[in-house]
Write a protein that binds this ligand. Structure first.
Ligand code: WTA
Length: 633
């Protein structure tokens, strides 16, 4: 990727048509209103949801940083996503339009989705799943994944969705951490015309994490899989049983009851289980989606992320359904069978809003303008970007070739931990390519030095969030100490949340995200920890020690570079490099496979034994190594 080159004076103003129709017409005014009284602001937003019982207190700060939102309120997010629409004209509105990679299609109305969710909720209850139980979900991008998540939420259980691109050990670790007795999966998933054998991965993961007693398998690819008697059940068999009744009451949940755990990478090898709740998360995701993507009843909204990551949880599953939107979902690869697959989907379904990641835009841009130009993309109204900074070149291409210069780009900055968008334009705001613009109403941020002093415009600093928001993570599952230390200890006195990102503000107050300042690497927008990949490498019998860094890449944003010290007597060879890549593919998943592995005899370390990644990064890119005075002899 090109160097950080902010286009600080390049403005794009939204058309009058866009501004006139926008939900937020005057950003400054709404920001000021929210800022004057955040509790009143969030209470107002919360009123657009259906509560079983109203809250007594909007925000409880008494045990900070363990903030509580909508204290005393009773709600269920699945009820808000489905049941409440069934009572209105929306019951026959299309909720999901799903297209499989091989070309098969499924269209589900709110009514039909509601029925399917009810049925599966009853199946889960029948299998002994109760309120508060954790259910691990490891599936491809199929409608049953969404049905499963909503069914779990409906009965008050907690879902832990593990992205289908993870493999055996990563899945086993997450099952173990969440202590899930029930797992829902697919036999396989389609990707670029071949089958990813999910059930095989599950069999091995469950062997390593034997707490799982029940595995429910959705038949998708229909290849031969082993079904273990008494443990494995076909989804369609269970859904045909009398227990799968089509009515199911939503469990009455406390606003602060957990909804899901989603594991994400941090600075240690052990993934963190980010915990979100029914109440605040529902309010936050639906408000931000309404403000930023301006969802209208006739929109065809397409978030091209995977439901297995936070973008999918918040902005494929929960927020669009809460708002009663029609979503498009596509199972497979953007360039299968041809590089116009996405553009054809936009044309076929009249997609009005496309939300994706810079890496996908750069990947599709490489195939040239011919592919999108042959398709009718005139239905598009708004575009979105998420996951990493979007470089101005990609922004301009997206704006010109895909949006035909008519569609503002919502560059949304946020994190698994934040639950929803934090820094993002709304459609009426003027844009600069590569900047996520300014914080959304109700969100207060700053860019500071290590003492917490604001840095002047044009200078880099750490991005902090200065007051709580309803979509914030509540804890790291099972590890409240780590939650406090990781996010709240750096600016404990001020009570600020540390994002882990470096950023800069320009003269106009626009925010430019530069990237992570911890040991997290963004590869194709996916978040990976160096420590995870390192422990994956040293779990191979030939590797004594390893250090992993991310280096910039034209398409993927970053790629993984690994340095390994081999155990005594092990021969360096290209075959071993391939074997190590294969090992990572199996243990963690294809997304974590290093693009390059180097065998070295020593690693640059400080005298206290910390690996100097900065030196490794410079070496990998052939740049000067800088100050190495702290380097060990
Ligand atoms: C990065 C993804 C620049 C950032 C929703 C953040 C971004 C991390 C943007 C969180 C953006 C996300 N511009 N950087 N618009 N969006 N990031 O948890 O480094 O997978 O800290 O959540 O992605 O990644 P996560």
């Amino acid at each position: 990727m090109s160097e950080f080159n902010p286009a600080t004076n390049e403005w794009y103003h939204p058309s009058k048509e866009i501004t006139r129709g926008a939900r937020v017409k005057d950003y400054e005014k709404l920001y000021a209103e929210a800022d004057a009284d955040i509790e009143a602001y969030w209470a107002k937003q919360a009123k657009s949801l259906d509560w079983f019982k109203p809250w007594k207190q909007v925000l409880d700060r008494s045990n900070a940083p363990f903030y509580k939102w909508f204290v005393g309120g009773k709600i269920n997010i699945a009820y808000n996503a489905l049941d409440r629409h069934i009572k209105t004209w929306r019951k026959n509105k299309v909720a999901l339009i799903w297209e499989g990679e091989p070309g098969d299609k499924v269209v589900l109305s709110y009514w039909r989705l509601w029925k399917e969710v009810n049925k599966f909720a009853n199946v889960l209850k029948g299998m002994g799943v109760k309120k508060g139980d954790r259910v691990t979900v490891y599936m491809g991008r199929v409608p049953e994944l969404i049905i499963t998540m909503l069914a779990i939420a409906k009965i008050g259980a907690i879902h832990s969705v593990v992205y289908g691109g993870f493999s055996e050990q990563a899945l086993a670790d997450r099952i173990e951490d969440a202590q899930s007795r029930v797992l829902v999966t697919c036999d396989g998933a389609w990707l670029r015309g071949s089958i990813v054998k999910l059930k095989d991965v599950v069999d091995e993961a469950v062997r390593r994490a034997p707490i799982v007693e029940t595995v429910i398998v959705v038949k998708r690819t229909a290849h031969d899989v082993r079904m273990e008697q008494g443990r494995d059940y076909w989804y369609h068999d269970l859904m045909a049983l009398p227990i799968a009744s089509p009515t199911c009451e939503s469990e009455v949940m406390d606003a602060e009851d957990p909804l899901f755990i989603l594991y994400t990478s941090g600075t240690t090898g052990k993934p963190k289980g980010i915990l979100h709740t029914h109440g605040g998360y529902a309010v936050y995701t639906s408000t931000t989606l309404a403000n930023v993507f301006d969802i209208k009843d006739d929109d065809r909204y397409w978030c091209a992320a995977d439901p297995g990551w936070i973008t999918g949880h918040s902005y494929i599953v929960y927020a669009p359904l809460i708002l009663g939107a029609t979503s498009v979902i596509y199972e497979g690869a953007p360039n299968h069978p041809y590089p116009d697959r996405w553009w054809r989907i936009i044309e076929d379904y009249g997609v009005t809003i496309l939300y994706t990641a810079p890496t996908a835009i750069r990947g599709l841009m490489r195939f040239g303008d011919m592919w999108p130009s042959r398709r009718d993309l005139s239905s598009l109204r708004l575009l979105g970007s998420v996951g990493e900074p979007i470089n101005p070149e990609a922004w301009r291409w997206y704006h010109r070739v895909i949006g035909k210069e008519n569609c503002p780009i919502m560059d949304t900055w946020w994190q698994t931990e934040t639950g929803g968008f934090m820094i993002s334009p709304v459609p009426s705001v003027s844009l600069k390519p590569g900047s996520a613009t300014r914080p959304l109403p109700g969100i207060k941020i700053d860019i500071v030095d290590e003492h917490g002093e604001s840095v002047p415009p044009g200078h880099d600093g750490v991005l902090v969030i200065q007051q709580p928001w309803p979509g914030m993570l509540r804890t790291i599952y099972g590890d409240p100490e780590r939650f406090k230390k990781q996010y709240w200890s750096a600016f404990e006195k001020q009570g600020w949340y540390l994002t882990g990102d470096t950023a800069r503000r320009d003269e106009d107050g626009y925010v430019w995200i530069i990237g992570r300042n911890d040991d997290v690497i963004k590869v194709s927008g996916y978040r990976l920890g160096t420590a995870e990949v390192e422990s994956g490498l040293v779990s191979h019998p030939s590797v004594a020690e390893s250090a992993v860094i991310g280096i910039p890449d034209e398409v993927k944003g970053n790629i993984i570079y690994a340095y390994c010290i081999l155990k005594a007597g092990i021969q360096k060879s290209d075959e071993l490099k391939e074997a190590l890549k294969d090992h990572i593919r199996h243990e963690i998943g294809p997304i974590a496979v290093p693009a390059k592995i180097d065998f070295v005899d020593v690693l640059p370390k400080t005298r206290s034994g910390k690996i100097m990644r900065r030196v490794l990064r410079a070496r990998a890119q052939g740049l000067p190594e800088g100050d190495t005075s702290t380097l060990e002899e």
